[in-house]
Ligand binder design. Structure first.
Ligand SMILES: Cc1ncc(COP(=O)(O)O)c(C=O)c1O
Length: 387
């Protein structure tokens, strides 16, 4: 019997991923017994801090680890709120902290609670690709606009004013993915206040906070500048807990209730064991800061060696663990370039096309979240290939 014509994927389910195709090719090469060094992944190469693991084990013995409230465990919300005071000197009401399934889940809640179908959200390119596709499946229109290398690939007010037809929301990320570039506190403040005045929902993705390298480019939080800003953050990066799927948001008063109701109806509550682990991770800064020391060492190594190999066009990353490199002088097509690097150097990097549909074909993204030895070995392989 032939299959009924209704049984096909929905239009919203058709999401392209170039990274996935490269990953498949890497697995084919590895199946032949050759190893690939991956500088593609966007996650820490370390696990959760020890204090989190111990706390979860202990909690499993003494409690059921059943559902929490939809907005999350009260102790964790209170601890996160207190951390805003410790890190930024900003008062945040614990009631305005909502625990979520990673920053990804926070963004879904932000979009569902703020925007109606068809409303327009500005996304400065290059951007973290997950947001683009995820948000379009929710029915909003993503208005992608290009930023420049001179502005560190961060948006300016002039960029926003130039968007034809205007926007109802704006997402910024500092430090950003794929660039690692940052907005200065002044720039973040100006953007947040501009959006507040213009009635544009300002969503600040602060997921790479904590992984910041220089004192002259300090991290700042949008909730220090605008009560209307929505801040999204996560335990995936600095806290080294990507697979625990936990994040949070700081929201304006009027969104507390709708977001809590949405969370309850969508998934009841964020994962309880992960919330226990996260609560303890916040007090493991000494251990976690050691990872940041390594990221910084890796960044410095890459910045010292790659330019000699022809990879010399980028904006210096001040945070996160990525380098977004212009390679048009080396290849007209970065996907083909990444394939060639994989075939000839056995190093996997991400092509820019996933992060920016237009200019991305001239860029690659390297992640230096791995061990320093693996970064060194990858650069040696690239050097042999380029010589
Ligand atoms: C800028 C940015 N935002 C959000 C996410 C999603 O992170 P998670 O859902 O793991 O918190 C990522 C993941 O790489 C990212 O790079």
């Amino acid at each position: 019997m032939s299959r009924h014509p209704n049984f096909h994927p929905s239009r919203r389910g058709a999401v392209p991923s170039i990274a996935e195709k490269l990953h498949q090719h890497a697995m084919e090469i590895e199946a032949t017994g050759q190893d690939i060094i991956s500088l593609q992944v966007g996650q820490p190469s370390t696990g959760a801090p020890l204090g989190s693991l111990e706390a979860v084990l202990a909690a499993g013995e003494s409690s059921t680890l059943g559902y929490t409230g939809a907005a999350g465990n009260e102790d964790l919300r209170e601890r996160i709120a207190r951390q805003y005071d410790e890190l930024y000197g900003v008062y945040v009401d614990p009631e305005n902290v909502i625990i979520s399934f990673g920053a990804s889940g926070a963004m879904i809640l932000a979009v569902l609670s703020c925007f109606d179908v068809g409303q327009r959200i500005g996304i400065p390119a290059p951007f973290y690709y997950g947001y683009h596709y995820a948000l379009e499946t929710l029915g909003v229109e993503c208005v992608l606009f290009e930023t420049s290398m001179e502005n560190g690939f961060q948006p300016t007010i002039a960029d926003i004013e130039a968007i034809e037809g205007g926007i109802d929301g704006l997402i910024v990320a500092s430090p950003g993915n794929p660039t690692g570039s940052m907005l200065s506190p002044e720039e973040l403040k100006n953007l947040a206040l501009y959006c507040e005045k213009a009635g544009i929902r300002f969503i600040s993705d602060e997921i790479y906070h904590g992984i910041v390298f220089d004192d002259e480019t300090p991290q700042s939080t949008a909730c220090a500048f605008s009560k209307e800003a929505i801040v999204v953050n996560s335990f995936s990066k600095y806290y080294s807990m990507a697979g625990w799927r936990l994040g949070w948001m700081v929201v304006p008063d009027y969104l507390r209730e709708p977001i809590t109701d949405l969370a309850h109806n969508l998934y009841l509550c964020p994962p309880t064991p992960a919330q226990v682990g996260a609560l303890h991770a916040i007090d493991c800064r000494e251990e976690l800061d050691q990872h940041v020391v390594r990221y910084r060492r890796n960044r410095d190594l890459i910045l010292a060696r790659l330019p000699q190999l022809g990879f010399d066009r980028f904006t210096t990353p001040h945070g996160a663990f990525y380098l977004y490199c212009h390679v048009e002088h080396l290849s007209k097509d970065s996907v083909a370039f990444c394939m060639e690097m994989m075939d000839k150097a056995h190093v996997l990097v991400a092509p820019g096309s996933d992060f920016c549909p237009k200019a991305g074909k001239h860029f690659i993204r390297l992640s230096y979240a791995g061990s320093t030895e693996s970064i060194e070995a990858a650069i040696d392989r690239i050097a042999r290939w380029r010589s």
